[in-house]
Design a protein around this ligand. Structure first.
Ligand code: XIL
Length: 371
C-alpha cells in the first residue's frame, strides 16, 4: 500500500527534479555568459565562462573573411565558434566577379556561400556597387548612361539571382557620398548620370525584383560621425520612400578608433536609427595607434582602452530599438590579417583576436556590452 502511494509520488518528484535541472541548464547555456558564484561558500566559485559572441547576442554577429583564410583551420574554427554571419572581405566585389561584359568568376563567392551554409551562418553580400570596384574593362568601355545601366542591371540580376535565398542581405551601394555630403565626383556613376540618385534607386529596384526576400542596404563610413554625410543619406532615404523605391537598411562601416568621441557616436547612431531602417554596424574595427608610430606598444592599458571602446559601441547599438538591430560585423578576425596593417600602420591591433587566435580584452569588452 505504502509502495503504491509512494511510487507515483516519487516519479512526480523525480520528473520535477529533472525538469528544474534541464531548465537551469538551458538558461545557463543560452544567453548567459558568466556564471556568478552562489552563496554556498562550501563549494569553490564556478569559473567564469565566456560564451561565444554569437550565442549571447540577439542579433547576428558577423566577420569579414577571405577564402584563403578560411582554408586555415585555426582561422576557420575561430570564425565558426564565435560568429554566425559572413561578409566577404573582397571576393564579392564587382572587380573580382565581373571579368568581362559576358563572363563572371564565381569561385570565391561560391566557396564563401557554401562555407556559410555548411556552418549554419547567414551571408551578407558586400557589395554590388562601389566606385572603387568597377572593373577596368567596364571603365574603359566608357558606356553612355543607357548601356551603363543595362550592363549594371544584368550584373545585379546575375549575381543576386545566383544567390537568391542564400545571401540574405546585400549592400547595393557603397560610399556614394563624399565627406562634405555631396555626391562623389570621382565616381563613374556621377560622371555618367545627370541624376545619380535616380540610378541608385533603380539599382535597388533591380535587386528587389531579383530576390524579393533579400534585405537591401546602403553602406558607407562615418555617417554616424559626420552630420553632413548623414543628412545627405537621410534625404536620399526620404526620396526613395517618396518615389516608392526599396531600401531596408543602412550599414555604417565603423572603422573607428579609441580616441573617437563616444557622445558623438551616440548622437549619430540614434539619429541614423530615426530613419526606422535596419542598422548594420558593418565593418567594425578599432584602431589604437593614433600617430601610426613604429614604436607603438600595445600595453595592457591600451588593450583595456580598446576593450572599453568595443563595450561602449556595443552598448550604444544595444540601446537601439530591438527590431532595427540587424547585425554587428567586425572587419576581420585576427589582428595579424587586418587590412589596417597595410592601410594604416603595421603596428595596429584593431580586432578581437590575437595573432595566435587567443581572445583579446577587446573580445571580453564586446561580450560584456551585449545585453
Ligand atoms: C577593403 C578590404 O579589407 C581590403 O582587403 C581591400 O583590398 C580593399 O577593401 N570600406 C569597405 C570595404 O567598404 O570594402 C573595404 O575593404 C574597407 C573600407
Amino acid at each position: 500500500m505504502q509502495k503504491l502511494i509512494f511510487g507515483p509520488l516519487k516519479v512526480k518528484i523525480l520528473n520535477l527534479y529533472f525538469a528544474v535541472l534541464i531548465l537551469s541548464i538551458i538558461s545557463c547555456s543560452k544567453k548567459n555568459h558568466a556564471v556568478t558564484p552562489g552563496n554556498n561558500t562550501q563549494n569553490p566559485p564556478p569559473a567564469v565562462v565566456s560564451a561565444p559572441l554569437k550565442d549571447k547576442a540577439l542579433f547576428e554577429i558577423g566577420a569579414a573573411v577571405t577564402v584563403a583564410h578560411l582554408k586555415e583551420p585555426d582561422f576557420a574554427n575561430t570564425f565558426k565558434t564565435n560568429f554566425n554571419q559572413l561578409s566577404a572581405e573582397y571576393e564579392m566585389k564587382m572587380k573580382q566577379i565581373w571579368t568581362s561584359a559576358t563572363t563572371y568568376s564565381f569561385d570565391g563567392p561560391d566557396y564563401l556561400v557554401n562555407f556559410a551554409a555548411q556552418n549554419s551562418m547567414k551571408v551578407h553580400g558586400h557589395t554590388l556597387l562601389w566606385y572603387k570596384s568597377f572593373p577596368d574593362w567596364f571603365i574603359n568601355a566608357a558606356y553612355d548612361s543607357l548601356n551603363f545601366e543595362n550592363n549594371v542591371k544584368a550584373y545585379i540580376q546575375t549575381v543576386v539571382g545566383r544567390y537568391k535565398g542564400k545571401i540574405r542581405s546585400w549592400d547595393v551601394a557603397n560610399e556614394i557620398f563624399a565627406d562634405d555630403g555631396s555626391l562623389r565626383i570621382d565616381a563613374s556613376v556621377y560622371k555618367t548620370f545627370k541624376d545619380p540618385i535616380g540610378f541608385y534607386e533603380r539599382c535597388f529596384q533591380y535587386a528587389r525584383d531579383t530576390d524579393p526576400d533579400a534585405k537591401l542596404f546602403y553602406n558607407d563610413y562615418d555617417q554616424v560621425l559626420n552630420s553632413a554625410k548623414r543628412s545627405s543619406l537621410k534625404k536620399m532615404v526620404e526620396r526613395f520612400r517618396k518615389e516608392g523605391y526599396p531600401i531596408d537598411g543602412i550599414g555604417d562601416q565603423f572603422h573607428t578608433t579609441v580616441w573617437t568621441d563616444k557622445a558623438t557616436i551616440n548622437i549619430g547612431l540614434t539619429d541614423l536609427a530615426s530613419t526606422g531602417l535596419l542598422i548594420h554596424i558593418s565593418e567594425l574595427d578599432i584602431r589604437v595607434n593614433q600617430n601610426k608610430s613604429d614604436s607603438y606598444v600595445f600595453t595592457d592599458a591600451e588593450q583595456q582602452k580598446q576593450a572599453n571602446m568595443y563595450k561602449a559601441i556595443v552598448e550604444m547599438y544595444e540601446a537601439l530599438p530591438q527590431a532595427q538591430k540587424f547585425a554587428i560585423t567586425v572587419w576581420g578576425i585576427t589582428d595579424k590579417y587586418s587590412w589596417l596593417l597595410s592601410w594604416w600602420s603595421p603596428k595596429e591591433y584593431p580586432l578581437l583576436f590575437n595573432g595566435d587566435y587567443s581572445k583579446k580584452k577587446a573580445y571580453e569588452g564586446f561580450l560584456s556590452g551585449l545585453k
